[in-house]
Ligand binder design. Structure first.
Ligand SMILES: Nc1nc2c(ncn2[C@@H]2O[C@H](COP(=O)(O)OP(=O)(O)OP(=O)(O)O)[C@@H](O)[C@H]2O)c(=O)[nH]1
Ligand SMILES: [Mg+2]
Length: 307
């Protein structure tokens, strides 16, 4: 703690933005650990995920949120609610935007960011735009028109070019957001990295492998629920997980020919769960059909996607 000035800051920074912008990647890079799952597919994150970054002069509680999009349906409504609830809880707002995507397809910029600009317009907190993935933008001059358009859309927002995966521009981003945190003591012990329960992280790990193994729109209508979690006297953790799909034919797609796909999901999940839980893991998975579950409020609630 910085006792020389007696000034310690503690507060919440929300990471908001369209799907696939790199919000979860940024959270993981800041924390030096994988707290949130990351995939190249949109709508990977479904819940608010905290990452607590503690150093000598501040404790920043980052809030990773589901991507803001225009899709309809019950589950989407919950995802959006959970993204906007993050804004209410924050002292500072960081909007993530994919600089590579928008430099190639400038017409998408306004379309994807408009709902977010409108959403934060009345927010009282300071807003920054983190133009992410600059490592993919070969001609850095291509960033200038983007910054110009953003500056017009959002005159009051500061713009910071970053690369979440390569760690570029992150010191500047940290220093900038820190200035906006209220003075106060840390809210969490310094060795606590998140408030997310291990069980949830285990389910997410499996969901990530599942997402990666599926094509097209299918990931969106799959979910993972941990049904069993026991630890025996030798420290072996037995996990039973249900993979939910929304249609009968999806079940066969998840399982794959001769069970190959599910086997591969299990192999990759086990490997990572061992690291996450620091011990031996026995993982069993079942694939179950619940027709159109993404529209079923009761079911959404039971798997943690509803209030
Ligand atoms: N090259 C490059 N890729 C990145 C960077 N940041 C994120 N990515 C990639 O972008 C994809 C999406 O990243 P996520 O962190 O899952 O994005 P998100 O904003 O959390 O997405 P949702 O949870 O779906 O809203 C992944 O394939 C990441 O590896 C970056 O700085 N550079
Ligand atoms: Mg995410």
């Amino acid at each position: 703690m910085d006792t020389s000035e007696g000034l310690y800051r503690c507060g919440t920074v929300v990471l908001l933005g369209p799907p696939n912008a790199g919000k979860s990647t940024l959270l993981n890079t800041f924390l030096g650990q994988k707290l949130a799952i990351v995939t190249p597919k949109p709508q990977t994150t479904r819940n608010q995920i905290t990452g607590i970054l503690t150093d000598d002069d501040s404790q920043i509680i980052f809030l990773d949120t589901p991507g803001v999009h225009r899709m309809r349906g019950r589950m989407n409504r919950f995802l959006l609610q959970s993204a906007w609830a993050g804004v209410e809880a924050a002292d500072c707002i960081v909007i993530m935007a994919d600089a590579d995507l928008y430099s190639r397809k400038p017409q998408l910029l306004a379309r994807e960011l408009d709902p977010i600009v409108k959403g934060v317009q009345r927010a009282h907190q300071p807003v920054y735009v983190a133009l992410n993935k600059i490592d993919l933008v070969r001609d850095k001059a291509a960033l200038l028109p983007l910054m110009q358009v953003l500056g017009e859309m959002w005159p009051e927002a500061g713009i910071l070019p970053i690369s979440a995966s390569k760690g570029k521009g992150l010191d500047e981003l940290l220093a900038t957001v820190k200035k906006h945190l209220p003075e106060g003591p840390p809210m969490f012990p310094e060795d606590q990295l998140s408030t997310v329960p291990l069980r949830f992280m285990a389910a997410e790990t499996i969901r990530e492998k599942l997402f990666m193994s599926l094509k097209q729109e299918l990931p969106y209508s799959t979910a993972v629920e941990i049904e069993q979690w026991d630890e025996d006297e030798n420290g072996l953790i037995r996990i039973g997980a249900l993979i939910w799909v929304a249609r009968d034919n999806h079940k066969a797609m998840v399982i794959g020919k001769g069970g190959q796909n599910l086997k591969e999901i299990g192999r990759a999940s086990r490997l990572e769960l061992k690291q996450l839980l620091g011990g031996k893991v026995h993982l069993e998975m079942w694939v179950k059909v619940r027709r159109d579950w993404t529209e079923d409020s009761n079911f959404l609630r039971t798997i943690g996607l509803g209030e």
